[in-house]
Each structure stands twice: as structure tokens, then as C-alpha cells.
Design a protein around this ligand. Structure first.
Ligand SMILES: [Zn+2]
Length: 332
């Protein structure tokens, strides 16, 4: 019988602890050791910060790693547990999914102790890390193929009290954008599991494309703003500027109308930038079929007056593959 997932240190120990979350070995690979930092200053909020769920989203692990450096000087109370890299094999491969089993970690929660490596990671995170917190910040970004503004995001939650609390926490990041995102109801997401347990769960989505110095600075400021709002850290929030916008705005996007897909196979060309305002019929992008040069370009048009929230970089897309996401101001 293999060992159970465990931490190599006692989370209740006061002060700083550095160790690992051990994910037991299975038939497909040896045991994994995920680095975990904890700073326990007694009474106060219990916060878990995770990054590196998707291996091609490296802003989260970078910001989490920077936080480990400055938090010991700054944290006033409560307990913060930081796991910058939840999926080391995916991060090492710079791949969204785990190379060993091809699974997306954010679709297999709560995982299985006797499953493949991605399922064992989810099982260890669900049973060892998640119970230690009431609030979770999961640091994502949009990977290499999209452009996405610095945002804190949440999905619609059936419980109105938890929804209000979660939205308030997301807005406390004071990032340029906050997004309530009606997501395809994919099973196995980390946020759904945490919310079922009554926890406040906010996802930070940190841009996309290249990992830029400017984006990292904005995201780190957002995370610090959230820590200030929780009373974990003292200080004044900063309002980072993004593409000349200094204010923050909360938008929503609906699954049925706001996710734009390519009707054909071909190379996608973006024709606008994130946060551009578009009207019904405006061209957002073009898809060029490449198998025949007599086939006309296909234009992706705005379905209504909205703001372009996310857009694919120039890339080859398949039929029904998402190429853009539009959004509208949220009526609170
Ligand atoms: Zn992600």
C-alpha cells in the first residue's frame, strides 16, 4: 500500500514553515514533492494561495514566489499558505495539461488517491491544502495563445451570500478588471469544490501571451491589495494602470452569447485588442481557410455592443474553437 498524501511540516506551528506537500507515487510516476510555504501568525484570516495549476501559466508561480520573499516582513496576523506550483510536471513541460496522463488538473478535482498523477495531485490538494483555508486565491493566466487583461475572476455561484462575498473579495484586488464569468459547467474545477465547502475562491487571470515585467507588477499589486483588504497586511492599496486605464471595472460574460467561436478551420487574425469597445456587427477577427486560396476569409463579428475581453493571438484554429470573449458591465 502506498503512503497517504501529507505535508512534511505541521501547519499549526507558529511562524514560518517551509516544506513540501508529498503526492504519493502511483503506477505512472514516482512521488512528487510540491514546495509549500506557511506563515502562521495566529488569529485572523486563513488564506491559501496556489499557482501553477496549468503549466503554461507562469505569472502565478512567479508572483507567488515573490510573495514568499516579502510576506514575512509584512504579514500582521492570520495564516497564509502558499503553494506556487501545484502541477510541477506540467510547469516543467510548459504545458497546460500534465504530459504523463494528458489531464487538465483544473478538471479532475477532488481527484482520486488511486488515480493517475494529475488525479493524485488533486486528491492531495483537496485533502491536505484546501482544509487549511477559508479563502483561496488561485493564480492563473491565459497561457500563450490568448491576450487577456489583468483580472480577478469568479463564476456565478448559486448561493447569493457566497456570491456577494466572493465578488467583494474579487473586487478587493482592485485590478483593472473584475470579471463574473459564466463558464462552461465543466466538472472537476478547483473553485467549484472550494465553493461547495463554503469557501471564498477568487481566480486571478494574469494576462497571457508573453510573461511581461509590467503584467507581473500589476498582478503583484492586485494580490497585495487583496491581502490588505483581508487585514493580513497593512498599507494602502495601489491602482495599477493598464493600457491607460486607471480605474477598475466589473464586467460579466455569459456563456451562450459572449463566447465567440470559429465556424471554420484556418488561421485566426485578431482585428482588435482587449478592452476595445465594439458594436453589433463590428469585425473582431478573421479566419483564413488555408486549404483553398479561393475560399473567402470568414469574419468574426461582435454579437452586440460589448467590450472585447479576451482574444486569441494569431494561431491555427479548429471548427468551434474559441477565438474571443466579449463582456458587458455587471449590474450589481
Ligand atoms: Zn489556468
Amino acid at each position: 500500500m502506498s503512503e497517504a498524501p501529507h505535508l512534511t511540516f505541521d501547519l499549526d506551528k507558529p511562524g514560518i514553515s517551509n516544506g513540501h506537500l508529498v503526492v504519493p507515487k502511483g503506477v505512472d510516476c514516482e512521488a512528487l514533492s510540491l514546495p509549500v510555504f506557511s506563515l502562521n501568525k495566529g488569529e485572523g484570516p486563513r488564506l491559501l494561495i496556489t499557482g501553477g495549476c496549468h503549466g503554461d501559466e507562469l505569472e502565478g508561480p512567479i508572483v507567488a514566489r515573490r510573495l514568499v520573499e516579502w510576506l514575512p516582513e509584512a504579514q500582521a496576523c492570520g495564516r497564509v499558505v502558499i503553494a506556487p506550483v501545484l502541477n510541477p510536471p506540467a510547469v516543467m513541460a510548459c504545458s497546460r495539461n500534465t504530459p504523463t496522463d494528458g489531464l487538465n488538473l483544473n478538471r479532475v478535482f477532488p481527484g482520486r488517491s488511486d488515480g493517475s498523477v494529475t488525479e493524485r495531485i488533486a486528491d492531495a490538494v483537496s485533502h491536505i491544502l484546501l482544509p487549511c483555508a477559508d479563502i483561496v486565491f488561485d493564480l492563473h493566466s491565459f497561457g500563450l495563445a490568448w491576450d487577456f487583461p489583468p483580472s480577478s475572476t469568479t463564476h456565478p455561484i448559486a448561493d447569493p451570500v457566497l456570491m456577494a462575498k466572493t465578488l467583494q473579495m474579487a473586487e478587493a484586488f482592485q485590478l483593472p478588471m473584475t470579471l463574473v464569468w459564466e463558464h462552461p459547467g465543466s466538472p472537476g474545477m478547483f473553485d467549484t469544490l472550494a465553493q461547495k465547502q463554503g469557501k471564498t475562491f477568487v481566480c486571478a487571470e494574469f494576462g497571457g501571451g508573453t510573461v511581461s515585467f509590467d503584467a507581473i507588477a500589476i498582478y503583484e499589486a492586485g494580490l497585495r491589495n487583496a491581502l490588505i483588504a483581508l487585514g493580513l497586511v497593512e498599507g494602502k492599496p495601489e491602482h495599477p494602470t493598464f493600457r491607460h486605464r486607471k480605474s477598475t471595472q466589473t464586467l460579466e460574460t455569459r456563456r451562450s452569447s459572449d463566447e465567440l467561436k470559429s465556424p471554420a478551420r484556418g488561421i485566426f487574425e485578431p482585428r482588435c485588442s482587449v478592452l476595445d469597445e465594439v458594436k453589433l456587427g463590428d469585425i473582431i477577427g478573421a479566419v483564413y481557410p488555408m486549404d483553398s486560396l479561393t475560399a473567402a476569409a470568414i469574419y468574426i463579428r461582435a454579437p452586440q455592443t460589448s467590450i472585447v475581453y479576451a482574444i486569441r493571438s494569431g494561431t491555427y484554429v479548429d471548427v468551434e474553437e474559441g477565438v474571443a470573449l466579449v463582456a458587458r458591465p455587471l449590474n450589481h
